[in-house]
Design a protein around this ligand. Structure first.
Ligand SMILES: Nc1ncnc2c1ncn2[C@@H]1O[C@H](COP(=O)(O)OP(=O)(O)OP(=O)(O)O)[C@@H](O)[C@H]1O
Ligand SMILES: [Mg+2]
Length: 266
């Protein structure tokens, strides 16, 4: 993947929350390069700074220090039009789907907003077909759901609705923060397959955030291993799994015996 173009680069990203005794350094000089079409997993235990990093990349949180470059230029999010342009390209799915939707908007409006965000002028028929197609992609039936509020859907349906929105928006980069946390193992592999299909069809870059190093290995080209606000190891997924350098990474891998058995790497 290193031969493809660098899309997002983070240099010495630091994030400190609070002051004095309540100070938490959530990220401590983190560096990264994500390439076009690459699937990157960020793996680390709870509290290691994964969601903080995702929010900084999204521009939802301001870094305390460091710079982010997008397509080789400093990322600017100072005004409405800069933010709009950036968010056209970069979308996220967060751990908690409840926080990702406006609960007062019905499914139809949530999907129509995707058409509006892209500035597309479509007839009512064309809009209907686009929304239906997106729902079909994630195995939801638009006719059954369009008139419902998000809180009337199951956790798994909500997560699939989030992917339907990604299907409609086709961003260049998707940050998926534990997108399978609310679904069973069967739906989990379906959701992962949907994301991989989106990558294959749109050359989308996917930044996948998880505790699960086995899952990360299964889906990604590149791994970033985080511990206590630091990236302690990064590189090609297979190289890290076969030859982890850091003690913490070795421990993570040792805790997942199935990596060795199921993928025949031992
Ligand atoms: N808004 C905030 N205010 C203060 N501290 C915060 C805030 N958000 C995160 N933190 C702290 O920053 C650290 C990193 O949190 P973060 O949510 O990034 O971890 P994470 O790796 O996503 O964990 P998890 O796997 O549990 O989701 C934690 O110590 C957390 O308590
Ligand atoms: Mg998190």
């Amino acid at each position: 993947m290193s031969s493809s173009k660098a899309l997002i680069t983070g240099r010495d990203i630091t994030k400190v929350f609070g002051y004095g005794k309540n100070k938490t350094t959530a990220l401590d000089d983190v560096n990264f390069v994500f390439h076009e079409g690459e699937i990157v997993s960020i793996v680390g235990e709870s509290g290691s700074g994964k969601t903080t990093l995702a929010k900084i990349i999204m521009g939802l949180l301001k870094e305390t220090a460091g710079t982010i470059e997008y397509k080789g230029k400093p990322r600017l999010l100072k005004n409405h039009s800069q933010r709009r342009e950036y968010w056209k390209d970069i979308q996220a799915i967060f751990q908690d789907p409840f926080s990702s939707f406006n609960m007062f908007h019905k499914v139809e409006k949530l999907l129509k907003d995707c058409i509006r965000l892209q500035g597309l002028k479509l007839s009512a028929d064309e809009q209907f077909r686009k929304m239906q197609e997106a729902c079909t992609f994630v195995n939801l039936k638009f006719e059954e759901l369009y008139n419902k509020y998000p809180f009337e859907l199951s956790g798994g349906q909500m997560q699939r609705l989030m992917i339907a929105r990604i299907f409609m928006l086709h961003p260049k980069v998707l940050i998926a923060d534990e997108p399978t946390s609310m679904v069973d193992a069967c739906s989990r592999s379906t959701i992962l397959d949907m994301l991989l299909k989106l990558r294959d069809e749109n050359n989308m870059t996917i930044i996948f955030i998880t505790h699960d190093v086995g899952l990360a290995y299964y889906v990604s080209d590149t791994l970033y291993i985080m511990e206590k606000g630091n990236v302690i190891e990064s590189g090609r997924a297979d190289e890290i799994i076969l030859n982890p350098q850091h003690r913490y990474t070795q421990q993570l891998i040792a805790d997942v015996p199935k990596i060795h058995s199921a993928w025949d790497l031992s």
